[in-house]
Design a protein around this ligand. Structure first.
Ligand code: C2E
Ligand code: MG
Ligand code: MG
Length: 664
C-alpha cells in the first residue's frame, strides 16, 4: 500500500474518530447537564429537612410559651409559624413540587397539610389562650407526621439522587478523561502521520526534483558522452552570437566527423565503439578547452561532433582545428586492442558582416562534407568559393539522372598507340557531360559525385553500351577500353550486364577492355577478383588503371592475372626529370612481363617522353601526343593525324590500317 493510500485511510479513520468523539462529548455534556440538574435535587433533602426542623422548632416554641408565657417565646412561635407556612409554600414550587408531583399522594398530602397549617392562623393570633396553645400543639403533632413523612422522603430521594448524580458525574469525568486521552493519542498519531507524510512528501519532492534534473540534463546532453546535445549547443551558440559581442571577437564552428569509426564498430563491436566515442569526446573537450575554457564541444549523434570555439582577434580557427584533429588521431587502446581513428573537420567562422540568419552549423557541415570527399583527416574552411563549389555539386547531383537518361553524358574516345609500330592499338572511352547551363563538366568532377550518389552504376553501363556500339565502327577492329567504377565491380549483375551489352551490340568480347583502379580491390577483393575472372572467362580483358597511385600493393598483382597495367600519368610527366620515375616504369615493365601483362603509359605529351618510354619497352602509349579525347565522329581524323605524325618517326603508315569510321 502506498503512503498516500495509507494516509487516506488514516485521515478517514481520524474523521470517523472525531465524529465519535464529538458525539460522545455532546452526549457527555447532556449527561453532565442531567447530573447537574439532578444534583439540584440535593435541595430536596435540604428543603425537606428544614421543613421538618422548622415544624419541630415551631412546636418547641409553642410548647415553651405555654409553659413560660414569655413574649419572646410567643413571638418566636408566631415567627416560626410564618416560616413553616413559607416553607410549605416553597414545597409547592419548583424542584420540590416536581418531586411531589412524581407521587400524587404526596401532593395531596401537602395540600391537606397546608390547609391544616393555614387553618392555625387564628389560633396563633390568640396564642395567649391556653386552649389555642393546646389546639396548635395537637394540630402540629398530627402535621408533623406528614411533614416528617414528606421531608424524610425528600431527604431520602435527595440523597439517592445526589449519589446517582455523583456517580454519573464521576462516570462522565472518566469518559471525558478517556476522550481526552484518546484525543491526545489520536492527535499525536495524526501529528506523527503528518510528520511522516511531510517527510515522504519531501522525499517524493526530492526524488521528483532529481528526476526532473536528470531529465533536464538528458534533454540537453548526450547520454553516452555527457556532452551537450544539438539543442543545447544551438542555444549556447545563439547566446554567443548575440549583440553583446565586439567586432573583433568571432566564433568558429567546427563540424568534426570521425574517419574509420564504422570500422571500429564493425570489427570490435558496439561496446568498443561507445568506449572510443567517450575517449574522443574527452580528447575533443580537452583540446578545445586548451584554447579557451568557454569553448564548447557537443555530440550531434553517431560519430558527429561539433565544437564552438571562441576566436579572439588574431586567433586562427585552422590552427585550433588541426590541434583538435591531432588530439583525436592519437592512438587509443580499446581494452587490449589498439585502435586509431582520424578526424575530418569543417570550419565555419562567424563574421561581423554575417546575415544573422546564417546557419553556421550548416556551413561547417558543408565544409566537413568537402573535407570528407577529399580523404581522411582533412580540415576544410568554409568560404564563399566553397559555397559556390558545393552549390555546383548539388546542381550536378540534382541533374545527374536526367542527364544520363537524356543522353547528355556521352563517350569521347582517346586513342592508344602501339609504341613499337606506331599503329593504332585501341581507344579509351571517357565520359563527357555537356550540361545545358553549366557547360562542359569534367568527369573528374561528376564521376565522384555519381559515385557518391550511386548513379555511377547506371552511368557506367550507359558509357559501356555507347562504347561497345561505337567500337563496331572503329577501324581495324581495334579494342575499346571502358572505365569501371568501384560500385560497378560490387554490382552482382556486373558480368551478366556486360555480357548482355556485348550481346545486344554485337561487339566481340575480345574487343572490350575494362579498366579498374586499385581501389576496387580495397573493398571486397575476393568478390571483385571472382567477378573480374568471370569477365576474363567470357573474353574481356582487364586493365589495372592509374597503377602506382593507389596503395600499390603487390599482392594485387599476385591475386589476379591482369591483362594490362596502366602506369599513371604522374610517372610519365616527370620521367625526363626524375630518374626514379623511369626506374619505377622500368620495374613495372619487368613485372608486367613476368605476369604476362602489357604496359600502357598514360599522359604521353611529348616526343621526348615517348622516346624514353619506347626505350624501356612500354607496349602502348596514350596521351595528348597522339590525340585528345574526341567524339566518335572526330575519331577518324584524330587517327589519321596520329598516323601522319607517326609516319615521320616510323615511316609511312600502312593505309589499310586506317578506316574512316562512319557514324551510324
Ligand atoms: P583515366 O581513366 O585515368 O583517364 C585518363 C585521363 O587522363 C582522362 O581524363 C584523359 O583526358 C587524361 N589524359 C589523357 N592523356 C593525357 C595527357 O597527355 N595529359 C594529361 N594531362 N591528361 C591526359 P578525363 O577524361 O578527364 O578522365 C578523368 C578520369 O575520369 C578518368 O581517368 C577516369 O578515372 C574517370 N572517367 C572518365 N570516364 C569515365 C567513365 O566512363 N567511367 C568511369 N568509371 N570513370 C570515368
Ligand atoms: Mg581509365
Ligand atoms: Mg588512368
Amino acid at each position: 500500500m502506498g503512503w498516500i493510500t495509507r494516509f487516506r485511510y488514516l485521515a478517514g479513520g481520524t474523521l470517523i474518530f472525531l465524529t465519535v468523539v464529538a458525539a460522545s462529548h455532546f452526549w457527555s455534556l447532556e449527561v453532565s447537564k442531567n447530573a447537574a440538574e439532578r444534583s439540584l435535587r440535593l435541595d430536596l433533602s435540604w428543603i425537606g429537612m428544614h421543613g421538618r426542623l422548622e415544624a419541630t422548632t415551631l412546636e418547641k416554641y409553642v410548647a415553651r410559651y405555654a409553659v413560660s408565657g414569655t413574649t419572646q417565646d410567643r413571638e418566636n412561635a408566631r415567627l416560626y409559624y410564618q416560616i413553616l407556612q413559607g416553607r410549605l409554600d416553597m414545597w409547592d414550587r419548583g424542584v420540590f413540587k416536581k418531586f411531589l408531583d412524581s407521587r400524587p399522594d404526596r401532593a395531596a398530602q401537602l395540600a391537606q397539610l397546608k390547609r391544616r397549617i393555614d387553618g392555625l392562623s387564628n389560633y396563633f393570633a390568640s396564642l395567649e389562650d391556653p386552649a389555642a396553645q393546646r389546639h396548635i400543639l395537637a394540630e402540629l403533632q398530627t402535621a408533623r407526621a406528614a411533614i416528617d413523612g414528606i421531608g424524610g422522603d425528600a431527604h431520602t430521594a435527595g440523597v439517592i439522587e445526589s449519589s446517582r448524580a455523583y456517580q454519573d458525574l464521576r462516570q462522565n469525568q472518566r469518559n471525558q478523561n478517556l476522550i481526552f486521552v484518546l484525543v491526545l493519542a489520536v492527535g499525536s498519531g495524526l501529528l506523527a502521520a503528518i510528520f511522516f507524510q511531510n517527510r515522504s512528501l519531501q522525499r517524493a519532492h526530492r526524488t521528483a526534483r532529481a528526476i526532473a534534473e536528470r531529465n533536464g540534463f538528458l534533454a540537453r546532453h548526450d547520454a553516452l558522452t555527457k556532452l551537450p546535445n544539438r539543442r543545447a549547443f544551438v542555444a549556447s551558440m545563439k547566446a554567443m552570437r548575440g549583440p553583446a559581442r565586439s567586432e573583433e571577437d568571432h566564433i568558429g564552428i567546427l563540424a568534426i566527423d570521425l574517419d574509420g569509426f564504422k570500422a571500429v564498430n564493425d570489427t570490435l563491436g558496439h561496446t568498443a565503439g561507445d568506449e572510443l566515442l567517450k575517449i574522443v569526446a574527452d580528447r575533443l573537450l580537452r583540446a578545445a578547452r586548451k584554447f579557451d575554457k568557454n569553448n564548447i564541444v557537443s555530440r550531434f549523434g553517431g560519430d558527429e561532433f561539433v565544437a564552438l570555439v571562441n576566436l579572439p582577434e588574431g586567433s586562427c580557427p585552422v590552427v585550433i582545428a588541426e590541434d583538435i584533429r591531432r588530439a583525436v588521431e592519437e592512438p587509443v587502446q580499446l581494452g587490449k586492442v589498439p585502435a586509431s581513428v582520424a578526424a575530418s573537420i569543417g570550419i565555419a567562422v562567424s563574421d561581423i558582416t554575417d546575415d544573422p540568419d546564417r546557419n553556421l552549423i550548416l556551413d561547417a557541415d558543408l565544409a566537413l562534407s568537402v573535407a570528407k570527399s577529399r580523404g581522411k583527416g582533412q580540415v576544410v574552411h568554409f568560404d564563399r568559393a566553397l559555397r559556390n563549389e558545393i552549390e555546383r555539386q548539388r546542381h550536378i547531383e540534382r541533374d545527374l539522372v536526367t542527364a544520363i537518361n537524356a543522353g547528355q553524358i556521352f563517350a569521347n574516345y582517346q586513342i592508344q598507340v602501339d609504341l613499337a609500330t606506331g599503329r593504332l592499338s585501341g581507344a579509351e572511352a571517357l565520359a563527357r557531360w555537356r550540361h545545358p547551363t553549366l557547360g562542359d563538366i569534367s568527369p573528374v568532377e561528376f564521376i565522384p559525385i555519381a559515385e557518391s550518389t550511386g548513379d555511377i552504376v547506371e552511368l557506367g553501363y550507359s558509357i559501356l553500351r555507347q562504347a561497345c556500339r561505337d567500337a563496331l565502327l572503329f577501324p581495324d577492329d581495334i579494342p575499346v577500353s571502358v572505365n569501371l567504377s568501384v560500385a560497378q565491380t560490387m554490382d552482382d549483375k556486373l558480368v551478366s550486364t556486360v555480357a548482355t551489352i556485348l550481346g545486344e551490340t554485337g561487339l566481340p568480347a575480345s574487343r572490350l577492355k575494362l579498366e579498374v583502379t586499385e581501389s576496387v580491390l580495397m573493398h571486397d577483393a575476393e568478390r571483385v577478383v571472382v567477378a573480374l575472372h568471370e569477365l576474363q572467362s567470357i573474353g574481356v580483358s582487364i586493365a589495372l588503371d592509374d597503377f602506382g597511385t593507389g596503395y600499390s600493393s603487390l599482392a594485387y598483382l599476385r591475386n589476379f592475372r591482369w591483362n594490362e597495367l596502366k602506369i599513371d600519368r604522374s610517372f610519365v610527366r616527370s620521367v625526363l626529370d626524375e630518374p626514379l620515375d623511369l626506374i619505377i616504369i622500368r620495374a613495372v615493365r619487368m613485372l608486367a612481363e613476368e605476369i604476362g601483362a602489357k604496359v600502357i603509359v598514360e599522359g604521353v605529351e611529348t616526343v621526348e617522353q615517348e622516346r624514353i618510354l619506347k626505350a624501356v619497352h612500354c607496349d602502348i602509349g596514350q596521351g595528348f601526343l597522339y590525340g585528345r579525347p574526341v567524339s566518335a565522329e572526330d575519331l577518324p581524323t584524330t587517327i589519321l593525324r596520329a598516323h601522319a605524325s607517326a609516319s615521320l618517326e616510323y615511316g609511312p603508315a600502312p593505309d589499310s590500317n586506317v578506316k574512316l569510321a562512319r557514324r551510324h
